[in-house]
Design a protein around this ligand. Structure first.
Ligand SMILES: NC(=O)c1ccc[n+]([C@@H]2O[C@H](COP(=O)([O-])OP(=O)(O)OC[C@H]3O[C@@H](n4cnc5c(N)ncnc54)[C@H](O)[C@@H]3O)[C@@H](O)[C@H]2O)c1
Ligand SMILES: O=P(O)(O)OC[C@H](O)CO
Length: 349
C-alpha cells in the first residue's frame, strides 16, 4: 500500500505521449514549469517514432518546435525535448504524465517497469480501459501495478485543439493523496485551464473512458439528423448509464464527481466537438468502417470510443446486464453487429 506523498524539492516532469492531447499538454507544462517554483525547467516528451517523409518526427519537433503531424501550426516551448527512447524520456523524472491512447498503455508500462525514479509518481490523462483475457481494468490500476507508484488522474471537457488556442476550459484531477492532487494542480493550471481537484481517482478517469461511448451515440444521432432534442436525451441517458456502470463495478466513487468537468461537461463537449462523434456521424452517412474512417479523417490520431464500447459490452454480456444499459448495448450492436442505427431511439425510449 502506497501512503505517503512522494513530493521532492525539485520535481522533474516527463510527458509520455505526443499525440494531439499529449502535445498540447507538453506545451502547457513547458510554460508552467518555468513560471512555477519547484520544477526542473526541462521536460522530455516521449514520441512513438515515425517518419514524416524522409525525416523522423522527433527530429522535426526538436528542430521546428512544432509537432507538424499531431498539432500543426502551434509552437511548442524550447524546453520540451522530444525523445524516441522511452527509458531516456522517463529517466530521472519524478512526475510521469501518461497521455497515450489506451490500447498502448500496458506495453509502455512494461517497458518502464523497474526503470523509473524511486520517487516517481504518475498522472494518467488516458481515456479508456485496459483489456485482458479476464476483463477490463482502469488505466490507473495498470500503471500502479506495473510501476508500483501512486497514480492520480486528469480528465475533463478538454478538446485539445481548443486548449492549444488557449480558449478557456476546466478540468478535473482525481487524487488519493491530497498533497499530490495539489502538486498536480500547480503543475497543470493556467489562466485558461482551470483545475478542480477531487478525492476520486477512479471516478475521474472512468468518466473519461465511458463518455467516449456516449460520443459515438451522439455521432449516430447526428448522422441520422435526428436533431438536438434527441441528442440531449442521449447525453442525459448516457451520463446516467456512465454513473450506473461506474458505481456498480467500482467502490468509493463520489456522486459529486459526475458534476465536475470530467463528468457532465465532458459528455457535452465530446458529443458536440469530439473525434468519436465526428467518426460516428461519418459512419452513418458513408457506411464506411470505423477503421477506414479513422485513417481518412484523423491522420494518425486514434479513436477510443469504439474499442471502449466493445470492452464494456463484453462485461455487460458476460453478466447478463444488457437490458440495464440500453444505450451502451445499442451502440455496440450498431457498430459491431450491423444493427439498424434507427434502433438507437427505440432502444432508449
Ligand atoms: N485529443 C484530445 O482532444 C484529447 C483530449 C483529452 C483526452 N484525450 C485522451 O488522451 C489520450 C491520448 O490521445 P492523444 O489525442 O494525445 O493521441 P492521438 O490520438 O492524437 O494520437 C495517437 C498517438 O498514438 C501514438 N501511437 C501510435 N501507435 C502507437 C504505439 N504502438 N504505441 C504507442 N503510441 C502509439 C501516435 O504516435 C500518436 O502520438 C487518449 O486516451 C485520448 O482519449 C484526448
Ligand atoms: O476527440 P475525442 O472524441 O477523443 O474527445 C476528446 C476529449 O476527450 C474531449 O474532452
Amino acid at each position: 500500500m502506497i501512503k505517503e506523498a512522494r513530493i521532492v524539492d525539485v520535481e522533474k516532469v516527463a510527458v509520455i505521449g505526443s499525440g494531439n492531447w499529449g502535445t498540447v499538454i507538453a506545451r502547457m507544462l513547458g510554460t508552467n514549469v518555468v513560471q512555477q517554483k519547484g520544477f526542473d525547467h526541462e521536460i522530455k516528451m516521449w514520441v512513438f517514432e515515425e517518419m514524416i517523409g524522409e525525416r523522423k518526427l522527433t527530429d522535426l519537433i526538436n528542430e521546428k518546435h512544432e509537432n507538424i503531424k499531431y498539432l500543426p501550426g502551434i509552437r511548442i516551448p524550447d524546453n520540451i525535448i522530444a525523445v524516441s527512447d522511452i527509458l531516456e524520456a522517463a529517466k530521472d523524472a519524478t512526475i510521469l504524465v501518461i497521455v497515450i491512447p489506451h490500447q498502448f498503455v500496458r506495453d509502455v508500462c512494461d517497458k518502464l517497469k523497474g526503470k523509473i525514479h524511486p520517487k516517481a509518481k504518475a498522472i494518467t490523462l488516458v481515456k479508456g480501459f485496459d483489456t485482458t483475457e479476464t476483463g477490463i481494468r482502469p488505466i490507473s490500476h495498470v500503471i500502479k501495478e506495473a510501476l508500483k507508484i501512486p497514480v492520480c488522474s486528469l480528465s475533463g471537457a478538454n478538446l485539445a485543439n481548443e486548449i492549444a488556442e488557449e480558449k478557456f476550459s476546466e478540468t478535473t484531477i482525481g487524487y488519493k493523496n491530497r498533497q499530490e492532487g495539489e502538486l498536480f494542480k500547480r503543475l497543470f493550471e493556467t489562466k485558461y485551464f482551470k483545475v478542480g481537484i477531487v478525492d476520486d481517482v477512479l471516478g475521474v478517469e472512468l468518466c473519461g473512458a465511458l463518455k467516449n461511448v456516449v460520443a459515438i451515440a451522439a455521432g449516430i444521432i447526428d448522422g441520422l439528423k435526428l436533431g438536438d432534442n434527441t441528442k440531449a436525451a442521449v447525453i442525459r441517458i448516457g451520463l446516467l448509464e456512465m454513473k450506473k456502470y461506474i458505481k456498480m463495478f467500482y467502490k468509493g466513487i463520489k456522486d459529486e464527481t459526475f458534476f465536475e468537468s470530467c463528468g457532465i461537461a465532458d459528455v457535452i463537449t465530446t458529443c458536440y466537438g469530439g473525434r468519436n462523434r465526428k467518426a460516428a456521424e461519418a459512419f452513418i452517412i458513408t457506411g464506411k468502417s470505423f477503421e477506414q474512417l479513422e485513417k481518412e479523417l484523423l491522420n494518425g490520431q486514434k479513436l477510443q470510443g469504439t474499442l471502449t464500447a466493445k470492452e464494456i459490452y463484453s462485461v455487460l454480456n458476460r453478466k447478463g446486464l444488457e437490458k440495464e444499459f440500453p444505450l451502451f448495448t445499442t451502440v455496440y450492436r450498431i457498430v459491431f453487429e450491423g444493427l439498424d442505427p434507427h434502433n438507437i431511439v427505440e432502444d432508449i425510449a
